[in-house]
Design a protein around this ligand. Structure first.
Ligand code: GDR
Length: 326
């Protein structure tokens, strides 16, 4: 089996590559050329799979390049994980976000339709699409209300996936994933920013940690568990859309408490609120209902928030210890 992954250098791309390689897949991934290419595969290296994946130069905004990829690779499965994925940046770069996160999904769906219609397609949809929530617990049937240019773009990509399934009979699935984290999470996202801050403070490299809205609530799971759900969606008899979540929501404040407590510190002594990290429109609370994924895919989140927080703090402590030794 051959898999083609856009966004292969990101957190989910790395975990998914590892999962598929362990299952015996050949893995190909699209990589945007950049002048800092040497840091591109840091996550793949962290998981020990950098040498086992085939990286291909290209860009989601270039349809001709995606068509070439389909022709040359002839993938059985296509996972579209690439995006401008930082919600806050989407207010500063709304049209770029629309081009990559929204139209980019349209491009890859077109490439699949034109060149490889038998391939199974996965779209990385997001709980951000629920935004100003219309139901206390969000399921596949909950109406969407996006609150950022990022979420608006993801909604376009989601409906294009549904539409290509209904219009052209593509085996196209949309996984509506709630927040998922790990030691490979980008430093700009709040969980990793916190665990990195905890490690710095513990090691005497920083004095405090500036955050935005501490009362926002998220349903946080582990990325390693969530890529399993992606793969399972493509192994079913029929394509469908699934919510992937833990069913538990906690505040950013509570995540801080857990992470600082892991190293024996009280977060209240170190965390300060800086309005610079607030958003023009906030998603106050997200709580997913993964009942369909559990019933149909046999999937449940296996890592608890406490286990994940501990793993992330330990990884950041180890990173900083290594860096200060070198
Ligand atoms: P999110 O993730 O926007 O939910 O999207 P993020 O970790 O950036 O924010 C979560 C919540 O924490 C609040 N917050 C802060 N956020 C950041 N980044 N930095 C801070 O200092 C800070 N202080 C408080 C935010 O306001 C927000 O409420 C993530 C991304 O991975 C998306 O791509 C993905 O689709 C969704 O998760 C599911």
């Amino acid at each position: 089996m051959r898999a083609f992954i856009t966004g292969i250098t990101g957190q989910d791309g790395a975990y998914l590559s590892k999962l598929l390689l362990d299952k015996g897949y050949e893995v190909f991934g699209l990589v945007r050329r950049s002048s800092t290419a040497e840091v591109n595969d840091v996550r793949l290296r962290w998981l020990g799979v950098a040498d086992r994946v085939n990286l291909i130069d290209g860009d989601l905004t270039d349809l001709s390049c995606l068509i070439r990829c389909m022709r040359e690779i002839k993938p059985d499965e296509v996972y579209n994980l690439a995006a401008q994925s930082f919600v806050k940046s989407s207010w500063h770069q709304p049209l770029l976000t629309g081009t990559v996160t929204g139209l980019g999904a349209g491009n890859i769906l077109e490439a699949v339709r034109l060149e490889r219609p038998e391939a199974r397609f996965y779209q990385a949809s997001s709980s951000e699409m629920y935004g100003l929530i219309q139901e206390e617990k969000q399921s596949e049937r909950t109406p969407f209300y996006p609150r950022s240019p990022y979420a608006v773009a993801k909604l376009y990509a989601h409906w294009m996936t549904v539409n290509y399934r209904e219009s052209f009979g593509l085996f196209a699935c949309s996984g509506i994933l709630f927040n998922h984290e790990s030691p490979l999470r980008g430093i700009e996202f709040v969980t990793r920013k916190i665990t990195d801050g905890v490690a710095r403070i513990k090691l005497g490299l920083a004095k405090d940690l500036a955050l935005g809205n501490l009362e926002a609530k998220r349903d946080w799971g582990h990325a390693r568990d969530y890529v399993e759900a992606m793969w399972l969606m493509l192994q079913q008899e029929t394509p469908d859309d699934y919510v992937v979540a833990t069913g538990r929501t906690v505040t950013v404040r509570e995540f801080c408490r857990l992470a600082f407590a892991h190293v024996g510190l009280d977060y209240q002594e170190f965390v300060r609120v800086d309005p610079a990290f607030m958003r023009p429109a906030e998603v106050e609370v997200l709580l997913g209902d993964p009942a369909k994924a559990t019933a149909k895919l046999g999937w449940t989140a296996s890592t608890t928030l406490e286990e994940m927080t501990a793993e992330m703090v330990e990884a950041d402590l180890a990173r900083h210890r290594r860096a200060t030794r070198d």
